[in-house]
Write a protein that binds this ligand. Structure first.
Ligand code: ADP
Ligand code: MG
Length: 504
């Protein structure tokens, strides 16, 4: 049994700067100004550790999307489009520095809005966002075309490519890492020379609005970055189908990803990048270093309360060590301290919402009915907020919904395997293909497995290696395209081939 959930009054636990931010009006950021919605819509942001309202936020509607896209177009054709690359780099570098200057405050706001431990947001999420801006500041001045010898008449032409920004880019992001996700969309788009309309998730609008203030301070020309808090089915859908948007980069569920792709296709064939769900295998062979593999297996599924697209939700363990690994992971799960993010002792925050709590509970209940055994957790923890006890399931089989569908909660299916060829088949028996971990001390086996699994990221004797320079994205229904690295900026550039007759 886990220790009792720790509660705090979220507002009281905030530092002065974060509290002042919460008290400021929460409005749309369009064309460099904070404004209300034309239709007057509002949404309420909630503290998932208590279910209490934090503050009301303006909700954008289709008319606001029109205004933001127009502002972004004006900036693209004007002030931002005419900046030299070095000036783009300077704005991005300044934004990164401002994030570090306000690290504590941003981490506290993020913690209150998402429920995640503030100390984790401060150590990981927010600095990672700053590093993404710094990294892409470097790329802004390194965009290059190529020159070509034509294969049929090299004497007659000088041919070369230009890399040009796509134009107005939309970013639609989820609620699990709101501040970091905003940087994944903004930084490469801005480095490429695009202007942006960003829509954070309706559940977690707050840090994006703090970011808007920092965008002003960093000196980006007005309209370069526009931030529309609002709902998915209104503001999000309007962005996906907008004829004035040249590119949409989406992170979220596979279900919504399909809608975005369909809307993009039906409107103007805007370019689409999709970073979607996963059901990532974490594969532990009997020769693995278990001192490292066991705690990492727990962190891989319980971190951020399992609300991570690449969570290691299918834990495959070679039969001889099955009991040892499962009991190790179960002991870690049963001893985790759940609590409100703003309490420094909390290791694990709540789920995002009542919807999410119902969804995770439903999955576990169904798994029980399908014959799974619940080794620990299995239900809600505490009686306020949306906490769910870290859960280890055994006797799950590959055909059960709990082993096939993305749960987005702290629920792991532990399943044994016997041979390398069996585990390759099991690992790839999924519609997803985002990530995979492989644990073995046998270097040949590690490389064979790394090549055999169908996943955009493979981590050997580790889990969750993220770096601004390392492309990340999915095979199969886990998405289209890659974020980070050179692939990340390529996704916001068009290629133009220019052939100049030189008269030969
Ligand atoms: P989750 O199911 O985890 O909440 P979603 O995929 O529903 O994740 O949401 C991710 C983002 O997509 C959010 O910003 C949400 O507002 C947005 N969204 C939801 N539905 C749509 C839609 N039909 N069109 C565009 N964006 C949407
Ligand atoms: Mg919230």
């Amino acid at each position: 049994m886990n220790k009792p959930v720790i509660f705090v009054d979220g507002r009281d636990a905030l530092g002065a700067a974060a509290r002042e931010f919460i008290d400021r009006p929460k409005r749309l950021f369009i064309g460099g100004a904070f404004t209300d919605s034309v239709a007057g819509g509002k949404l309420m942001s909630e503290d998932p550790a208590s279910g209490a309202d934090i503050c009301a936020v303006v909700a954008a509607d289709a008319e606001d999307v029109d205004r933001a896209v127009a502002a972004a177009r004006t900036a693209f054709d004007g002030a931002w489009g005419k900046q030299v690359p070095a000036a783009r780099a300077e704005c991005l570098t300044k934004l990164a520095a401002l994030i570090y200057d306000n690290l504590e405050e941003i981490a506290e706001i993020e913690s209150l809005d998402t429920g995640k431990p503030a100390h984790i947001a401060k150590a990981l999420d927010v600095p990672f966002a700053a590093e993404i801006y710094k990294y892409y500041a470097g790329w802004a001045t390194k965009i290059q075309g190529r020159s070509f010898d034509l294969s049929l008449n090299p004497e007659a032409f000088h041919a070369f490519t230009r890399r040009e920004p796509l134009g107005v880019a939309a970013g639609v992001i989820p609620w699990n890492f709101p501040f970091a996700q905003a940087s994944f969309k903004l930084a490469p788009a801005l480095a490429a020379g695009c202007t942006v309309v960003l829509k954070p998730a309706e559940q977690t609008p707050l840090t994006a609005l703090r970011l808007a203030e920092l965008v002003v301070e960093a000196g980006f020309p007005e309209g370069t970055v526009n931030i529309l808090t609002g709902f998915g089915h209104t503001a999000g859908a309007a962005l996906a189908s907008h004829p004035g948007v040249d590119k949409i980069s989406f992170t979220g569920s596979t279900e919504v990803g399909r809608k975005i792709a369909a809307a993009a296709a039906a409107s103007n064939l805007k370019r689409v990048t999709l970073e979607l769900g996963g059901k990532s295998p974490n594969i532990i062979f009997a020769d693995a270093n278990l001192e490292s593999a066991i705690p990492t297996a727990a962190a891989a599924i319980f971190g951020n309360s399992g609300q991570v697209c690449n969570a290691g939700s299918r834990l495959f363990i070679e039969a001889p060590i099955f009991d040892q690994v499962v009991s190790g992971v179960r002991d870690i799960a049963a001893n985790m301290q759940l609590g409100a993010g703003l309490n420094p002792d909390s290791e694990l925050g709540p789920l995002m919402s009542q919807v999410q709590l119902d969804r995770v509970t439903g999955h576990v209940d169904r798994a029980r009915g399908d014959g799974a055994s619940v080794l620990c957790g299995g239900s809600r923890a505490g009686d306020s907020g949306y906490f769910f006890a870290p859960t280890v399931l055994a006797e799950t089989t590959a055909d059960m919904a709990v082993a096939r569908e993305e749960i987005f909660g702290p629920v792991v299916c532990a399943m044994p395997f016997e041979t390398e060829s069996e585990i390759t088949g099991l690992a790839n028996d999924t519609n997803f293909g985002l990530a995979a971990s492989i644990w073995t001390e046998n270097i040949g086996k590690a490389h064979r497995m790394a090549a055999a699994v169908n996943a955009g990221a493979v981590w050997v004797n580790s889990f969750g290696v993220f770096d601004p320079n390392l492309p990340f994205g999915g095979y199969k229904e886990s998405g289209w395209g890659r974020e980070f690295g050179i692939e990340g900026i390529d996704a916001f550039l068009e290629t133009k081939a220019v052939s100049v007759s030189i008269g030969a």
